[in-house]
Design a binder for this molecule. Structure first.
Ligand code: AMP
Length: 400
């Protein structure tokens, strides 16, 4: 009988869920509850491609949504195998969590204590955890952290050049995010390449709405582009990535903007959206607009690719060897143009893309896209839910 894991990802007003058989990449069931806390809360799900949806009671919260979701999941799980555990995605584990852990009182308290580092995410994650634990008390609940994979960074990669007490007293350091995805794709790439993960060096680029790079040596993350928050590093959909830290005081002095306004602009109005003059944060739209001659779209794509290539080149400092560069996430898995343009900036590394293979690796197809003689360049579709399910099952079995 298949061992199944329910993977739950709670945002501040949404719950994404998937019923996963970790042996397979397709999900048994998946769905999304949206607009929680609003008058028009709703729930959509699909089982084997068949879509359904219901309207939730007005202002339904996380617990109300989960009380609709869980019986449906249970019914499907009974028919398809056996539900063994629930895996919760938690954005920030601070320095307390280096791997997935069983959610007991101590762990929940530690996640709560980390809330100051992720004020938008961890409290929402906790709402889901607490509601699901009440509704499914007999199953093991496991937390899988976005930050945990990067806890292997050496101090010279994770420390900022700031006064020491900001680190020791406030935890100001680089944490990195998207750990679940970086880990999944590097393990997949090593498997597909027939290489030993424990004896390899890779650069990964997770390019979705949020974007980050990582350097992974012998299966461990040794550097990554996101830092104290997911704002650091690359150009993203609406996030600026790196800017001069003095920009804050300049904007305050010149425009009278307060910190909230500056936060909002850097997180929600910048990145591809800002560079394209407000046209779009969506790479598909920008690629199309660029073809039609839109200057803002051209610039947004050029800055995106240059900054990404620069980040990969910088990440190479963390590796004594390079087995391959891996593209993943919606943009990395699908955009022939972005992969080609990034490679053009990495010519000094000998990177060269095969046009035909680049065209072929789209829409969920994994493979290599480099020319003979170039360092290997891989496209590997990510599957964060499956990685969370794998870690959840392993953790639950270890703690039996
Ligand atoms: P994700 O957050 O991983 O779902 O990725 C979302 C991003 O992937 C958006 O910017 C999409 O425009 C982008 N994306 C998806 N498909 C394509 C495509 N065929 N070409 C370019 N970008 C794409």
């Amino acid at each position: 009988m298949a061992a199944l894991v329910l993977v739950v990802n709670c945002g501040s007003s949404s719950i994404k869920f998937a019923l996963v058989n970790p042996e397979e990449s397709e999900f048994v069931m998946e769905g999304l509850a949206e607009r929680l806390g609003e008058t028009e809360a709703n729930l959509k799900w699909q089982i084997n491609g068949t879509k359904e949806s219901i309207t939730l009671p007005p202002k339904a919260d996380h617990k109300a949504a989960l009380s609709h979701i869980l019986p449906k999941v249970e019914k499907v799980a009974v028919a398809e195998g056996k539900l063994k555990a629930i895996g919760h995605r938690v954005v920030h584990g601070g320095e307390s969590f280096t791997q997935a852990c069983i959610l007991e009182e101590d762990a929940i308290a530690a996640i709560r204590n980390t809330a100051a580092l992720a004020p938008l995410h961890n409290p929402a994650n906790l709402l889901g955890i607490e509601a699901a634990m009440k509704l499914f008390p007999s199953l093991p609940h496991v937390a899988v952290f976005d930050t945990a994979f990067h806890q292997t960074l050496p101090d010279y990669a994770f420390r900022y050049a700031l006064p020491e007490n900001l680190y020791t007293e406030l935890g100001v350091r680089r944490y990195g995010f998207h750990g679940t995805s970086h880990r999944y794709v590097v393990e997949e790439a090593a498997r597909l390449a027939g290489k030993s993960l424990e004896n390899s060096g890779w650069l990964t680029a997770h390019l979705g709405n949020g974007c980050s790079t990582a350097a992974i040596l012998n299966g461990e993350s040794v550097d990554t582009s996101m830092g104290f928050t997911p704002l650091e590093g690359l150009v993203m959909g609406t996030r600026s990535g790196d800017v001069d830290p003095n920009l804050h005081s300049y904007l305050h002095r010149e425009l009278g903007w307060d910190l909230e306004k500056i936060d909002h602009v850097l997180n929600k109005e910048s990145g591809l959206l800002g560079l394209s003059g407000g046209l779009s944060n969506d790479m598909r739209s920008l690629v199309k607009a660029r073809e039609e001659g839109h200057e803002g779209a051209r610039l947004a794509i050029d800055v995106f690719c240059y900054r990404l290539a620069k980040s990969l080149a910088a990440m190479a400092c963390a590796l004594p060897r390079l087995d391959g560069i891996i593209f993943t996430g919606g943009i990395g898995e699908n955009s022939v143009l972005i992969r080609e343009k990034v490679a053009e900036h990495l010519v000094l590394f000998g990177v060269s893309i095969d046009e035909k293979h680049n065209q072929e690796c789209v829409g969920g197809k994994a493979g290599t896209i480099h020319r003979l003689g170039s360092p290997e360049v891989w496209v590997v579709p990510t599957n964060e839910e499956r990685q969370i399910a794998l870690e959840t099952l392993a953790c639950a079995q270890k703690n039996k």
